[in-house]
Write a protein that binds this ligand. Structure first.
Ligand code: PLP
Ligand code: COI
Length: 339
């Protein structure tokens, strides 16, 4: 199928209306069959819990065009399972994994012309979301729910993509120690809007949050997890109950150890021990791997590898991860789902 005419090499990360989206309704204890629609506007009750009490969650995953023209999804079952965990935390009905993955496939198939050409760097970003709807006003779980998936063709999330980006340590928290940081729920992102705006106004890509209990350890970027590479070849990424368990991060932990021979560690990353790292990066579906040039912490600016060059381990991890996603490198069992 031919693609639509877009400047594929230079797409940023923005909303572009595509042809079809999937929508399913939950009522009286069950999901309906779900369907594709061309309508990108939702008509919901003014009392919807998603609007008042933040009873909603979302996911993000991508479809990748391969050299042979086929299309890959990367670990969509992991997104389905993470959405189930978000639903458990916010008392929402879970979407079965099979229904989630099947809906992703339907959305990609019917919007195939929006999956950028192989080699352009563009991908089709899928945004599944689940919201509490129906007439309600008290603080309790909604009587009805909508699960939907729309998609947009996207390029780099951070300007420049695989180029070093600088970040700043935030004085705000995005999540509480026993709060909802590990769930992909809108409230965490609402909390990150002001810190993110302040960071960008100072020319940083985004901010990095510290652990909300002690403010001594790196947690994550507002839209991606953090990793660092030590002098002695360890891939280290924070372990915390208040960060989002990134599917990209877990994939990199595996690839770092199994394919690059590094020691992969989830542990504490103390903000006053950044000189242990010779390289650092932000990783996520949207961010892919974004090398971190430097981190501003108060008056101190710490540079990792370089503000202009990408370190060799970060480069290798990027090649391995994106090679798998675009079908050029053999994937570990079950990581790729063909559309
Ligand atoms: N952390 C946050 C706060 C995010 O929004 C994301 C994006 O989904 C990630 C980390 C990366 O997660 P994943 O690799 O599953 O996309
Ligand atoms: C993702 O990487 O899928 C995200 O959700 C990050 C951001 C767009 C919120």
């Amino acid at each position: 199928m031919s693609e639509v005419s877009l400047d594929w090499e230079n797409l940023g990360f923005g909303y572009i209306k595509t042809d079809f989206r999937y929508i399913a309704h939950w009522k009286d204890g069950k999901w309906d069959g779900g369907k594709l629609t061309t309508d990108n506007v939702l008509h919901i009750s003014e009392g919807s819990t998603a609007l008042h009490y933040g009873q909603q969650c979302f996911e993000g995953l991508k479809a990748y065009r391969c050299k042979d023209g086929s299309i890959n999804l990367f670990r969509p079952d992991e997104n389905a399972k993470r959405m189930q965990r978000s639903c458990q935390r916010l008392l929402m009905p879970e979407v079965p994994v099979e229904m989630f993955v099947d809906a992703c496939k339907q959305v990609v198939k019917t919007n195939e012309k929006f999956v950028g050409p192989y080699g352009s760097g563009a991908t089709l970003y899928l945004r599944p979301f689940l919201i509490g709807v129906g007439d309600n006003v008290g603080v309790h779980a909604a009587p009805e729910y909508i699960f939907s998936i729309f998609c947009c063709p996207v390029g780099a999330y951070f300007k420049g993509g695989m180029k070093p980006t600088n970040f700043i340590i935030s004085e705000y928290d995005r999540a509480a120690p026993q709060g909802t940081g590990a769930a992909k729920v809108g409230g965490n992102y609402a909390a990150s809007l002001l810190p993110g705006k302040e960071a960008k106004a100072r020319n940083f890509g985004d901010c990095i949050y510290l652990d909300p209990k002690t403010h001594t350890k790196i947690e994550e970027v507002g839209s991606a997890n953090f990793f660092g590479i030590t002098k002695d070849n360890q891939f280290v990424t924070p372990l915390s109950p208040s960060i989002l368990p990134s599917i990209t991060k877990y994939s990199l932990l595996y690839l770092a150890e199994q394919r690059l021979g590094l020691k992969a560690i989830e542990g504490d990353v103390y903000i006053d021990k950044l000189d242990e790292f010779v390289e650092a990066g932000a990783c996520g579906t949207a961010a892919v791997i974004t090398p971190i040039g430097g981190i501003q912490n108060g008056d101190d600016f710490h540079v990792f590898y370089s503000e202009t060059e990408v370190g060799p381990v970060t480069q290798k991890l990027y090649a391995e991860l994106t090679g798998i996603q675009f079908g050029d490198v053999a994937a570990p069992e079950g990581w790729i789902v063909k559309v």
